[in-house]
Write a protein that binds this ligand. Structure first.
Ligand code: 48F
Length: 258
């Protein structure tokens, strides 16, 4: 065994995957629960999906559970998804179930990749590509470059649709707001910003907030609530799964019409 072969194997395999993902049906920004769920459903339906995640590990806010108690809570409506993913759940009361945050995110990553989606960790989306007033790609760079503020030019990925699944900061929508002005499909055309914690209201509004907020750009998960000015919900995760699933359904409907 030669060390050079190990290096070559890694570089060749990564490069093949990366080259193959430079033109996709859907580029998802953020590998938290909503982005992964969205990617999973799209990949299951045969669409080419690449998910870009800034951090070393996928999972977003899920592995930490609630205040590092690494359990999560879901509503019974979401059990069908957990059963499909093979995640062990326990009934807590008549409407709530609990699961391990680690098992949940591991299962979701595994199924998403097995369905055919690619996940690129340690890459950040720092800008968008817009042509004729439609978003048609993202601009990416190594997170290490962004964090260390190195002056290194980025690369771009072409996508029929982009999904902002960046969580509380709704980063892609904020970039659109900054570059294009108040043109988002929200009441005031901007990112309204998330409101204080109110789990029930947040969970009830998230599906309505999951939508195409700019031509070619869909938003799901906490980013959807942040964009439309709905509250946060804390460590209850049902809405993240349903929102990711809905974003995928909306995109599939749109692709089929085109
Ligand atoms: O924050 P995150 O888990 O978003 P989510 O899918 O789920 C929210 C819940 O975790 C929780 C909650 C509800 O239960 O309140 O917070 O809506 O995952 C977002 C992911 O996006 C990555 C970030 O590192 C995180 O893993 N991310 C954010 N901005 C970028 C990014 C970016 N510009 N480029 C790449 N990844």
């Amino acid at each position: 065994m030669d060390e050079i072969d190990i290096s070559k194997a890694i570089i060749e395999d990564f490069t093949k995957n990366f080259l193959d993902s430079l033109e996709v049906d859907v580029a998802v920004v953020g590998a938290g629960p909503s982005g992964l769920m969205c990617g999973y459903r799209l990949a299951q339906s045969g669409y080419k999906v690449a998910i870009f995640e800034r951090h070393l590990r996928a999972g977003g806010g899920m592995p930490g559970g609630g205040m590092m108690f690494n359990s999560i809570v879901i509503q019974k409506e979401v059990l069908r998804i957990f059963d499909e993913l093979g995640i062990t759940t326990h009934r807590y009361n008549h409407e709530l179930f609990v699961a391990s945050s680690i098992e949940t995110i591991s299962a979701l990553c595994y199924k998403t990749m097995k369905a055919g989606a690619k996940i690129f960790n340690l890459m950040s989306a720092e800008d968008i590509v817009i042509r004729e007033d439609k978003i048609c790609g993202i601009v990416i760079n190594w997170s290490a470059v962004v964090w260390s503020k190195l002056h290194v030019d980025p690369l771009s990925v072409k996508a029929k649709f982009v999904v902002d699944a960046t969580g509380h900061d709704a980063e892609i929508c904020r970039i659109v707001e900054k570059k294009m002005g108040k043109k988002l499909h929200t009441p005031e055309g901007n990112v309204s910003g998330e409101k204080s914690m109110w789990a029930e209201k947040a969970e009830s509004e998230i599906l309505e907030n999951t939508k195409e907020v700019y031509p070619g750009l869909f938003v799901c998960g906490m980013a959807a609530n942040a964009v439309s000015g709905s509250p946060r919900m804390g460590a209850i995760f049902g809405g993240m799964f349903l929102s990711g699933e809905k974003a995928a359904e909306l995109i599939i409907t749109k692709i089929k019409k085109e």
